[in-house]
Design a protein around this ligand. Structure first.
Ligand SMILES: [Cu+2]
Length: 115
């Protein structure tokens, strides 16, 4: 019993490390998306099912927060409400193309392709 707990902790620790430099194709990697003042960067990300996108949200030049709202709910992770500052992960488990917008800033959008 105790041994399995230790194994799980070890796996959790490995996943918690900065895995953004992992070679692609392994699945369960984490990709960073940053907010610029009124844009997502990068605004196009290709990942594998099971991968995570970590949204790094900082205020716009005008001090406004950003939201991440998916066009299509089916298969998409939960939206991110307007946030001023935060590093918020979202796991993509379903294959497809997921377009999202920040409705605070018209034209601020991105796409995630999950393969
Ligand atoms: Cu925004």
């Amino acid at each position: 019993m105790r041994q399995s707990v230790i194994v799980l902790l070890a796996i959790a620790a490995a996943c918690g490390s900065d895995s953004s430099t992992n070679p692609s194709g392994g699945g369960n990697k984490s990709v960073d998306v940053f907010t610029l003042s009124t844009a997502f960067s990068p605004n196009f990300v290709q990942i594998a099912a099971g991968d995570t996108i970590l949204f790094h949200i900082v205020p716009s030049n005008n001090g406004e927060g950003h939201d991440v709202t998916f066009d299509v709910k089916a298969g998409a992770p939960a939206n991110i409400k307007v946030t001023l500052n935060g590093d918020i992960p979202r796991v993509f488990t379903t294959r497809g193309t997921f377009h999202y917008n920040c409705f605070v800033h018209p034209g601020m959008s991105g796409d995630v392709v999950v393969q």
